[in-house]
Write a new protein. Structure first.
Length: 257
């Protein structure tokens, strides 16, 4: 098992990937980025994994990039780093991806959470893009994704001041689903992931694909994609099983095809 990334499957269809660099508040260094990239590949390839939860510990989801490592890298090196390829991989991940955020989610840590489909926050969560305070700026999608999640005004305040927001503000802004007790954040995310994993996998993946596309397509293009995905799902064995189970008043047995 990796020393910087822990993996376990606490419920049917659900895998939890835990960032584990507590001495650095789970900051993203090259080793952790590589480990997370490999773990995402494994989860994508596993038929038994239907939803993934990303987590940290009770004090930090992820404090962002490892500044000590970044300080030794020039602009050319930053452009070729593992983070960019990982970000693309997380963004393209077809299965539901949830973030269980307790403690700090700063910089790249918040950007990682923003790539997830749903965020559950612990009561002690603190979220920020503080790069301007150290002479930098977000480079993992923060300037583009934050305002889509919380709106222009709050995103502008966070990006230009570098100031943090608390869990309650994040929920009110629409950034997160809910706030729970700090020690319950992973369990709550697993419960939500389990509800999602119980649904038909092809239908869930297709619904996610259409929803993600809505951020970058015109309405007519999005509707065409939705119709194409709908027709594919309607022709699936799982659709037939789901409707039969509904009519027979029994649990559906979905196979993902």
């Amino acid at each position: 098992m990796s020393e910087v990334l822990l993996s376990h499957d606490p419920a049917d269809g659900v895998r939890v990937l835990t960032l584990h660099r507590p001495e650095r508040r789970n900051a993203l260094n090259q080793i952790l980025l590589h480990e997370l990239s490999d773990a995402m590949d494994a989860a994508a390839a596993s038929a038994s994994v239907r939803a993934v939860v990303l987590a940290g510990d009770r004090l930090a989801f992820c404090a962002g990039a490892d500044i000590r490592e970044m300080q030794q890298t020039d602009a050319a090196g930053i452009g070729s780093r593992t983070a960019e390829s990982l970000w693309r991989k997380v963004e393209a991940f077809e299965k539901p991806l949830l973030a269980a955020v307790a403690g700090v989610a700063f910089g790249g840590g918040l950007e990682l959470a923003l790539l997830c489909d749903l965020i559950i926050l612990g009561e002690n969560a603190r979220l920020a893009l503080p790069e301007v305070k150290i002479g930098a700026m977000p480079g993992g999608g923060g300037t583009q994704r934050l305002h889509r999640a919380v709106g222009k005004t709050l995103a502008t305040m966070m990006l230009l001041t570098g100031d943090e927001i608390d869990a309650q503000t994040a929920v009110r802004s629409g950034l997160a689903v809910k706030t729970v007790a700090t020690d319950a954040v992973v369990d709550e995310a697993v419960r939500l992931a389990s509800r999602i994993a119980a649904n038909a996998p092809l239908a869930v993946r297709s619904a996610k694909a259409a929803l993600v596309a809505a951020n970058c397509m015109h309405l007519a293009e999005g509707l065409a994609l939705e119709r194409a995905l709908h027709d594919k799902v309607f022709a699936s064995a799982d659709r037939r099983e789901g409707m039969a189970a509904f009519l027979q008043k029994r649990p559906a047995r979905f196979q993902g095809c």
